[in-house]
Write a protein that binds this ligand. Structure first.
Ligand code: GAL
Length: 341
């Protein structure tokens, strides 16, 4: 009842309703579970749909989720946040369309005193610090980028012929959305890991395929047409784009008759795991959708009750207000071990 009353009081923030109105509305609202608004930048994104499913699962019996798909429009997302606030939600989990808009959303939410937990698209530190109930949950892109580079470095060590006569690795980089921290930092850190491993590099192409399989497939087909077998490896910021590249490579005769090329991605989606078993994808890095969804929901619920204490929370808080869920390298070996065929 206290929670319902709080919600009703927030609803009337800026309004003129009296106590009798609050009591009536509280009775009408009925259930006691906290209501959490969950907004995603684009419901069609494969990885994001896994995170949404895990939030939904984590919420069972603990919260009622109100999902909103922002269809890649920050303007729409701002409106959705405004509407959810007017509806009196108790907390918000936001996968921002444009991470630089976080400050705007924080300032919308702060007067209501409810938590806002961002996920997947990382706000700037100074923005999060404006409000004690603003947090971020996601993957550390430096770590996942580095692991991608290490996967390729290990492959080159085991297959030195990959480098060809010039002893240089000619690579293609498929980037996610420009400006997204996971796209920018995974790119930089995968290359850094290769350089740190002492591998000489030549970038043939670097392009954004916006996290999407079909765009990557089309771009990769163009690169194969231009560079042919000068391409010695493909580094992709996520699995969907890696799978698009693999489609283009297959169409050009790769992955049959012993013709192969190392391709790496990030996320460890189900489709990527299949590609690992098929032997087309060399490796990927776990972007842990389940843990991220669970952590975002638990964090939102804890922050609703007050200050966050390290004892209450099973995830690493040493970079507060950022909460990075650890990455893990996933290759065919790990998939076979976890899911023996
Ligand atoms: C990344 C993920 C991509 C895509 C993107 C959306 O973390 O690796 O596959 O989902 O987030 O923001």
């Amino acid at each position: 009842m206290r929670r319902v009353m709080r919600r009703v009081m927030r609803r009337t923030l800026g309004g003129l309703a009296g106590l009798w109105l609050m009591l009536g509305a509280a009775a009408a609202l009925g259930d006691e579970l906290p209501r959490i608004g969950v907004l995603v930048y684009n419901g069609n994104d494969t990885f994001i749909s896994h995170v949404s499913a895990s939030i939904e699962k984590a919420a069972e019996g603990r919260a009622r989720i109100l999902f909103r798909d922002s269809h890649n429009s920050q303007i729409l997302q701002n409106e959705q946040v405004g509407q959810l606030l007017a509806d009196g939600v108790d907390a918000m989990i936001v996968n921002a369309v444009d991470r630089t808009s976080a400050i705007y959303l924080i300032r919308m939410v702060a007067p209501y005193g409810i938590p806002i937990v961002f996920n997947n698209r990382e706000p700037l530190l100074e923005d999060l610090l404006e409000y004690g109930k603003a947090f971020y949950v996601g993957n550390n892109p430096k770590e996942s980028g580095q692991m991608c580079g290490e996967l390729i470095a290990r492959y080159v060590r085991e297959h030195p012929e990959t480098l060809g006569e010039d002893q240089t690795l000619q690579y293609v980089m498929l980037k996610g959305e420009p400006g997204h921290q996971d796209a920018e930092l995974r790119t930089v850190y995968s290359i850094k890991a290769l350089k740190d491993a002492g591998i000489q590099l030549e970038r043939l192409q670097e392009t954004s395929a916006m996290w999407e399989r079909s765009i990557a497939q089309e771009k990769m087909a163009g690169f194969i047409a231009s560079y042919g077998n000068r391409i010695e490896c493909v580094i992709s910021n996520n699995d969907e784009m890696a799978l698009g590249a693999i489609e283009a490579l297959k169409a050009a005769g790769y992955f049959s008759d012993g013709r192969t090329i190392p391709v790496v991605g990030v996320d460890a989606t189900d489709a990527a795991r299949e590609a690992l078993l098929e032997g087309t994808l060399l490796g990927t890095v776990l972007n842990n959708a389940e843990a991220q969804g669970n952590a975002a929901l638990s964090l939102a619920l804890l922050l609703m009750e007050g200050e966050l204490s390290e004892d209450d929370f099973p995830y690493p808080l040493d970079h507060k207000p950022y909460l990075w869920i650890p990455s893990e390298t996933v290759t065919r070996t790990e998939v076979e071990a976890s899911d023996p065929v």
